[in-house]
Design a protein around this ligand. Structure first.
Ligand code: MEV
Length: 318
């Protein structure tokens, strides 16, 4: 029996969530210590391939005529791989296991990470080598299944596993950052990205002047953020995060729970803090000076109501 096991990282958006959907630049970084995994066992004796969702303790038969909602995205991924490559996934001889350490619906890219890990395992199984840009295009197709109008930043940063400066329909720019320490705090509140993105879209339609200006300002912050990440100015990076958070509050995507954790982080020494991802729940990210400060802020976040907190280091070559 052969086994292929692959994985994909979580991500956070440092600058530019929401405005990136409207074509403004944004910055995202991978969180490599937190990952989604797929494992394919290949064995000729397997007559009825199964898909095992380990986190839910649920197993499904691939051959079932009607696939239950829980595995719709996986069947969709298989369809995308088949239509992109023209190669059919074998009807027997394999079983698939999927699990993830990434909190679901918390702005850390759990769905994109599962999609990328799925693509990697299926392409390896079918012995297909796609060019990087083709792989990203395919991961974007899968991302569209999860939410209707993705900018493409999540699947791109997760596919590349590198910090990126991203703007829709422009060439991706890799960032060579100085070393920074971040603490991520999880409010424990799950929120569907599609829902928050749609709510913002509705408000944008009603108030296009104001929203247009805010999106532009957020994009400008991302442009500054790129310089600051590369020059290593921690103070300025924190200020930019705080400015970005104020603008995200103005477009109505913060929440009392996010505001609380952001305040806890700032009061306990974080240089800057903001929500990350779609918002209205999910996670926030705080910038700190060192690992020790990060551990301190991390404990304070838990005391302050965070369900989980993670320390992550951003540095070149990650
Ligand atoms: C989600 O991680 C980021 C959003 O900007 C949506 C997107 O870019 O697709 C809210």
């Amino acid at each position: 029996m052969d086994v292929i096991q692959v994985s994909a990282p979580a991500k956070i958006i440092l600058f530019g969530e929401h405005s990136v959907v409207y074509g403004h630049p944004a910055i995202a970084i991978p969180v490599s210590d937190i990952r989604a995994y797929t494992e394919l066992q290949i064995d000729n004796k397997i007559q009825h391939p199964t898909i095992y969702l380990k986190d839910y303790g649920k197993q499904f038969y691939y051959h079932d005529k009607v696939s239950p909602e829980e595995i719709n995205h996986i069947i969709h991924a298989f369809d995308c791989v088949q239509s992109k490559t023209g190669i059919m996934i074998p009807q027997n001889g394999w079983q698939l296991k999927i699990w993830s350490e990434i909190p679901i619906a918390r702005g850390m890219g759990s769905s994109a990470a599962v999609s990328v890990a799925l693509l990697k395992v299926m392409l390896q199984f079918l012995k297909i080598n796609l060019a990087q840009s083709e792989f990203i295009d395919l991961s974007y197709e899968l991302e569209k299944f999860h939410h209707g109008r993705p900018s493409g930043i999540d699947n791109t940063v997760i596919s590349l596993e590198k910090p990126i400066f991203f703007q829709k329909e422009k060439e991706i720019q890799y960032i060579e950052p100085a070393k920074f320490y971040f603490v991520i705090g999880d409010t424990g509140i799950g929120k569907k990205t599609s829902q928050v993105v749609n709510e913002v879209a509705n408000r944008y339609t009603e108030n296009s002047d104001m929203y247009g200006k805010i999106f532009k300002s957020i994009g400008d912050i991302a442009v500054h953020g790129l310089d600051v990440l590369q020059s290593g100015d921690t103070q300025r990076l924190g200020e930019l995060m705080n400015e970005n958070q104020s603008l995200l509050s103005e477009i109505g995507v913060s929440s009392p729970e996010l505001d609380n954790l952001i305040n806890v982080a700032r009061k306990n020494g974080a240089i800057g803090a903001k929500l990350c991802g779609a918002g209205k729940g999910g996670c926030m990210v705080a910038l700190v000076n060192s690992k020790q400060e990060g551990e301190f802020v991390s404990n304070k976040l838990i005391e302050g109501g965070a369900k989980r907190s993670f320390l992550t280091v951003l540095k070149s070559g990650k």
